[in-house]
Write a new protein. Structure first.
Length: 552
């Protein structure tokens, strides 16, 4: 008994609402309402302007205030966190399953909540069960409350591709929706009576997530998703058992930060330990010949990890047989993987939106100009040459000296593919390819960004400011105002992953804003205000509708 007490006391505390979320929930999110309210309190005028613009009514602001006051008096504790959970019940990819979505909050006063419901819907029927009181809405939604818990549940049965034959008419018709009220009531009963051992609160990784302070957090249960996939690979579910991703989001001054930890099954952890990766080769980006970099992604991995996963799934023989048949001689997945080093880089630059030409086809007006290089360094030349020789045999590539290129017809598109003893390169133009291979110029990338990326196995960067600056002004003044506001608001996005540490793999990302002294949530609201004014203007039809109407 003493040991049990010690274990219980050492257990990390979790919010009480999470004890009513099933352990197999595929998705759970937490919203820190108190923290977000504190950051939004200064932006009341901005929120009211957005509401006014979207609804097109001055009275909507007063109505919004009244609705908020009613909600604050509804007996729900708006200073406590709210949780949203999604449970998938059967069906998998067949479309015949059920999606149960629930929002869970803290109840302060059940009588006030009942009064609020009656005020909004005088016809609502309030019913009582042993553990809770409830009412249903439209047959597929339920609001239930009891003790210090309130749950709003949506029970959606999926009938994708569910057709039935009507012998009387000789036609196929969509199946009629089934009244899910009884099933939903059973589900609600389960949530209120859930044992902690049956809830997400029993998962150590989830408990760890709940200890982190955040404006919002997300929990993704990959193993629950895999359970519903009708795949004839039983070891696939085993490989992804107990696989979770725990992420948190914070709105800070000048940036939105994301942090995640991905946890894997013992089987997958063992494979990752057996085939550790390396750091991303940033040199693949640094020699890109442009000062106008719009974005890039660089990654490094051990190719043998793919072979390890395939062997674990016991499909290696089938894969090897297919490759041998395709190549015309003995050739295995391991041989194919030796052809690459495990590095990858993609760089995009000089993004430009064309000025619209009224005489040009619509699609031509929408296609941006862009320069790009993809680099996959070669590992074993012998194995890479075997693959390329096969493509030559299939007349997809031609060999010249010690390198392979696209055939003349394919080169006319402007895109280039070249494979030599060092790299497999894809380029948007011959000139860019030549300069990149010559390493005659360094890329114009912020040194601080590159320093943050050193020693990481996977990195990505998007220069949002640069891309927005390439969007030309149009004839629509309000649309131009939105673009101008976006240019004032957004700076860039950077993301990177950490090496697998034996237990989990971390990833981090930041969306950075131009105003470093303003909270990012406020910056987003100010941008949303500009967008809402644009939506309101002239009651314009959706994009494309005007041209359709002109053709009538």
């Amino acid at each position: 008994m003493l040991s049990t007490a010690l274990i219980t006391s050492c257990k990390k505390a979790v919010p009480k609402q999470t004890r009513h979320i099933p352990k197999d929930a595929v998705f759970v999110s937490m919203i820190n309402t108190k923290s977000l309210q504190g950051k939004l309190v200064k932006e009341q005028t901005t929120i009211e302007n957005i509401l006014k613009s979207v609804t097109g009514s001055d009275t909507s602001v007063e109505k919004g205030r009244k609705e908020w006051e009613d909600l604050k008096a509804a007996g729900i504790d708006l200073d406590e966190n709210f949780y949203v959970a999604v449970v998938q019940k059967g069906g998998g990819m067949s479309g015949q399953g059920t999606i149960v979505s629930s929002a869970l909050g803290t109840l302060k006063d059940g009588a006030k909540l009942e009064a609020y419901i009656k005020k909004k819907d005088p016809e609502a029927e309030i019913r009582k069960e042993k553990e809770y009181t409830y009412t249903t809405v439209h047959g597929d939604k339920m609001v239930a409350w009891g003790g210090d818990l309130v749950i709003v549940m949506s029970y959606q049965k999926s009938f994708a591709n569910a057709m039935e034959y009507d012998s009387a008419t000789g036609s196929y018709n969509f199946k009629q929706p089934v009244n899910a009220e009884n099933d939903m009531k059973t589900e609600m009963q389960t949530y209120f009576n859930l044992q902690e051992s049956e809830s997400v609160a029993a998962i150590p990784e989830f408990r760890d997530l709940m200890q982190d302070k955040a404006d919002a957090s997300m929990w993704i249960n990959s193993s629950s998703s895999m359970e519903n996939l009708p795949l004839p690979l039983p070891k696939l579910k085993e490989l992804f058992a107990n696989s979770f991703t725990a992420a948190k989001i914070n709105f800070e001054d000048g940036k939105i930060t994301f942090g995640s930890k991905s946890y894997y099954s013992k089987q997958l952890r063992d494979i990752l330990k057996q085939y550790p990766g390396t750091d991303a080769n940033l040199g693949l980006v640094e020699n890109y010949p442009s000062d106008n970099i719009d974005g890039f992604a660089v990654a490094a991995f051990n190719p043998e990890v793919i072979n390890g996963i395939v062997r674990y799934l016991e499909v290696g023989g089938m894969v090897d047989a297919y490759l041998t048949r395709m190549m015309g001689s003995n050739f295995t997945l391991q041989d194919a993987l030796k052809a690459i080093k495990g590095d990858f880089a993609a760089i995009v630059s000089d993004f430009a939106m064309p000025v619209k030409d009224s005489a040009a086809p619509m699609m031509r007006n929408q296609i941006p100009d862009v320069q790009m290089i993809v680099n996959v360094p070669v590992g074993d030349n012998v194995q890479m040459n075997k693959l390329m020789d096969k493509l030559v045999e299939m007349q997809m590539m031609v060999k010249s000296g010690n390198q392979y290129r696209l055939g003349a017809a394919m080169q006319q598109t402007g895109w280039q593919v070249v494979v030599d003893d060092k790299n497999l390169l894809v380029a948007s133009s011959e000139a860019l390819l030549t300069q990149y291979r010559a390493k005659s110029k360094k890329a114009g990338i912020n040194k601080d960004v590159m320093n943050d990326f050193k020693g990481k196995p996977g990195v990505a960067y998007l220069n949002i400011e640069n891309i927005l600056n390439a969007v030309p002004a149009g004839k629509d003044a309000e649309a131009n105002n939105v673009i101008a506001k976006a240019k004032e608001t957004f700076k860039d996005l950077k993301a990177y992953s950490e090496s697998f540490n034996g237990k989990y793999m971390e990833a981090h990302a930041e969306i950075r804003f131009k105003n470093e002294k303003e909270n990012s949530l406020s910056s987003l609201l100010h941008f949303a205000e500009a967008v809402s004014r644009n939506i309101k203007r002239n009651d314009m039809p959706p994009p494309g509708m005007d041209s359709m109407m002109d053709g009538q």
